[in-house]
Design a protein around this ligand. Structure first.
Ligand code: PRT
Ligand code: MG
Length: 219
């Protein structure tokens, strides 16, 4: 049987992907959260899981170091998606990409006046495209974390960040002023693996599509 490698990231994607993989008959033989191994064997003899940073998952799959992976739409849009198939929206790790400002900031007025503003974000491509489509002039400031700090410290007028419960924004006295897009995580596949390892990959893709069907249907 063909060997298969699946790239995942620890945290919410792993938590929500494991039940889907389990229904496809793939269960890690060690606890991924506590194991120090980066390659985890599974209940299927030739299938293993490799744990990498969330933003590195598309890179592993693009170069064929992993055959399949699970990555957020945010990560895929920033990566560009070159050399990747995205056969299934798994409907997991659901959140939204939003614009937020300090409470009390006159966002509507700023947009109407067409004022030039500073926006801090880790998601520069998504932000650039969003504001260009609105015809807004923005200076984008690239950050790697703690975006909430930017409006509070005066670094930027607004941020573009992921929001799920909204608790992080609320705790920092920030408000969501625009929703850019809903975000879920997708199954991604290396095109060559999809062809050359079709007998192993196709049933797994189909099983994951079936297991995630109720996620996509929504509540
Ligand atoms: O942490 P690391 O730098 O290694 O990578 P990462 O942050 O990309 O990984 P991880 O595991 O945090 O996120 C993986 C994927 O989960 C992301 O690419 C998203 O597609 C998805 N996801 C879903 C989220 C959230 N929900 C989310 N709430 N990713 C991040 N957040 C953060 C958000 O950035 C903000 O800081 O959680 C905070 C807001 O949460 P609420 O609930 O307070 O609104
Ligand atoms: Mg994180």
């Amino acid at each position: 049987m063909t060997a298969l490698t699946i790239a995942l990231s620890k945290g919410r994607i792993l938590d929500e992907a494991l039940p889907l993989l389990a229904s496809a008959g793939i269960v890690p033989t060690e606890d991924p959260e506590t194991s120090r191994k980066l390659f985890l064997p599974t209940s299927r003899p030739r299938v293993s899981i490799v744990l990498v940073r969330a933003s590195d998952v598309p890179t592993y799959v693009q170069w064929g170091a992993a055959d399949l992976g699970v990555a957020g739409k945010d990560v895929l849009l920033e990566h560009g998606g070159q050399g990747l198939y995205q056969p299934v929206d798994l409907g997991i790790a659901r959140c939204r990409m939003s614009v937020a400002t300090r409470r009390g900031y006159d966002w509507e007025g700023t947009v109407q006046r067409g004022a030039r503003i500073r926006v801090a974000t880790k998601y520069v491509s998504i932000a650039r495209e969003h504001f260009a489509a609105k015809g807004m002039h923005v200076d984008l400031i690239k950050l790697y974390g703690s975006m909430e700090l930017a409006p509070l410290s005066g670094l930027a007028d607004a941020i573009v960040d992921l929001v799920s419960t909204g608790n992080t924004l609320k705790a920092n006295d920030l408000v969501e002023v625009e929703t850019i897009m809903p975000i879920t995580s997708r199954l991604i596949a290396n095109p060559a693996a999809l062809k050359l390892k079709r007998d192993a990959v196709k049933p797994l893709v189909d099983a994951l599509a079936a297991a995630s069907a109720s996620n996509r249907a929504g509540p």
